[in-house]
Every structure is written in C-alpha cells, then in structure tokens.
Design a protein around this ligand. Structure first.
Ligand code: MG
Length: 340
C-alpha cells in the first residue's frame, strides 16, 4: 500500500470564535492510501487548541510504514499498529483511519455505513453560530434560515449569555442546542441559564465547565432536566469511564477518536450504557464530515456542519437538502476531489 499526504488550509466564511479564541483558517493534512490502483482519501483536521499541527502530523506520518501490510482490509490490525506509534496524534491517526475506510469501501463495493452494517440515514444537522457581536450572530441566524438549516447550535459561554440567547431566539423558533465550550465559571450562573434554556426547550447543553471542573459538570447534570453533553472532556474510548456518571451524553468526533473505527466503538458503547450521543466535527471539509455521516444512525443528534462554514472545501459529494445531510451513493466515504 502506498501512503501519501499533503497540507491544506481550510478557510472560514466568517471568522470563527468560541469562548476562548478566534481564527480564520483551520490547517488540515489530506491523506491517500493506494492499493491495486484504487485510492482511499483521508483528512486530519487540526484546530490549534487540540495541540496538533501540520508539522506534528507530517512528523508522525514519516514514522508510518504501511508497506508491511499486504492488504488494507484488516483495519483494526493496521490501526493498532498506527496507534502504537505514539500516545497522542489523534487527528493524524484519523487521517489514516479515514483513508483506509475509504479504500476498503471502494475495494469491496460498499459504503462505509455498510462496512458496519448500519443503515444509511439522511439526518437533520445543526448549524453552528459562532460567538460574535449580537448583530453579527443575528445575521448568521438569518443565514442559517436561508441555507435551510432546521437546528441551530449556538456558541455561548460569555458574561452576557442571556442577552445573547434572547436576541438570537427572537429570530429562531426551531430546535437548538448550546455549546458553552467550558466558558461557564460559576455554578449559580450556569444553573440559572440551564433553567432558562429548559423553558426554551433547548435540545442539550454542551461542555458547560472547564475539563478539570468535572464536579461542577456533575453538579449541573444532577440538577438540570436538560441533557448535559461532554465534548472536550471525552476524546477516546478510554475516557468513557470518567464521563459516564458526570454527563448525560457525549459528543463523538473523528479527530478525537482517531477515526471511524473507534468512533463506532465509542458510540455503540455509550448507547449500551444509556448515554445520549452526538456525532460532531471539527472545522472539517466534506471528506471527514461525510465519513462521520455514515455513523449517523448511532446518534441522537447530528452536529455535522463543518463544510458549510468553509469557503474552499476541496471535496464534494455531501449535500444539504432542507437541513438534512445527504451522502452520495458512491462506495467508500462517498466524496470526490473537486475539479479546479
Ligand atoms: Mg463542542
């Protein structure tokens, strides 16, 4: 098997801001694995706060030797080898896992969902409104409506969350969730907002407190009727024990789980113990988001809007119809490189 990779910068349509930082681009590394003339494609997306960058991914890839594997079909054995190379580099590992799944799907005439015997769904996905001035957040809310989205995910975690929410909800009367991105510091403030959000029928509240403030998250989960979802607090299967009694559910993302294989295992395990599940994404192109879409049947809520926030997505094959995410019927992940 021949392994290749190259760097790329995904550009946001709007400057992307969450409770702790702002940025205009997301660096990615695209991968390819070739076997018998067929090529599988993968993506490692690298939001800076996760600690990986293009250089660390390339250094990791230089250590990879897939020549010793004759066939790509035993993905779990290959990923065991890849995982053993370092303790972290989760997005870099995902870049390999995705290319393998795409390749194996293409070689066996199956979509990724079929490789896991999962039904293909066309789920409603939420659309993220990043933090900004109230006027700009209202503008983006109108844009979400115009694009046909039926669910919003509103980034909060500021000192004036109530005002911010009221101004958006005056324009938006469809379902929504909120993502605090660890931004709440005070339990009373969090509790009052959770009460307000419950009245507004919020779907869930994501990552209310800092990752090292698990007791605060647990406190809020105990008192709130709204599901409290872990995001930054869970990356891999090994984190499930820590969060399972603290949160009502988890947000699973390919760049955290090292790819599709472990995302599938984590979603299955979480559902088996009664946790709610969200399938989410980083700022990713259609390639990685289509890959995750194949696991949509394991999600209570789908939060896969990455490509719709970008202006230079190099892949296509994923479309939005009335707010529903639709995959192409092609084998593998189901996307193709855009012709330039
Ligand atoms: Mg989040």
């Amino acid at each position: 098997m021949k392994f290749g990779y190259h760097t790329f910068d995904l550009e946001f349509i709007h400057t992307f801001t969450v409770s702790s930082f702002s940025r205009n681009i997301t660096p990615v590394v695209y991968t390819s694995i070739e076997h018998e003339g067929i090529i599988g494609y993968g993506e490692a997306s690298l939001p800076p706060y996760l600690g990986e960058n293009q250089q660390s991914v390339i250094e990791f890839y230089r250590k990879i030797n897939l020549e010793s594997f004759q066939f790509p079909f035993d993905i779990s054995r290959i990923m065991q080898y890849v995982d053993g190379i370092s303790a972290n580099n989760n997005a870099a590992k995902a870049g390999i896992d995705l290319a393998l799944h795409d390749l194996v799907g293409k070689l066996s005439n199956k979509q990724v969902s079929e490789l896991y015997s999962l039904p293909q769904k066309e789920p409603l996905t939420s659309y993220t409104i990043g933090l900004d001035t109230i006027e700009k957040m209202q503008l983006k809310t109108e844009e979400a409506k115009a694009l046909g989205f039926k669910i919003l995910k509103i980034k909060i975690g500021t000192e004036n969350d109530l005002q911010l929410l009221e101004s958006i909800l005056s324009l938006w009367h469809l379902p929504f969730s909120v993502d605090v991105n660890q931004g709440w510091k005070d339990k009373k403030y969090a509790y009052d907002l959770a009460q307000y959000l419950e009245e507004k029928n919020v779907l869930f509240i994501e990552q209310p407190f800092a990752i090292d403030k698990l007791s605060n998250s647990e406190w809020l989960t105990e008192r709130s009727n709204v599901p409290i979802i872990a995001d930054e607090n869970i990356k891999r299967l090994t984190d499930l024990d820590t969060v399972k009694n603290v949160f009502d559910g988890i947000n699973v993302k390919l760049m955290k789980t090292t790819g599709i294989l472990e995302a599938y295992q984590l979603l299955k395990e979480a559902k088996a113990i009664g946790l709610k599940t969200v399938t989410g994404c980083m700022a990713e192109s259609s390639l990685a988001v289509a890959a995750m879409s194949h696991l949509s049947s394991l999600a209570d809520w789908v939060d896969l809007d990455g490509p719709f926030l970008m202006k230079n997505d190099p892949f296509n094959g994923l479309t939005l119809k009335n707010g529903n995410l639709c995959l192409s019927s092609s084998n593998g992940i189901g996307v193709e490189q855009r012709k330039t």
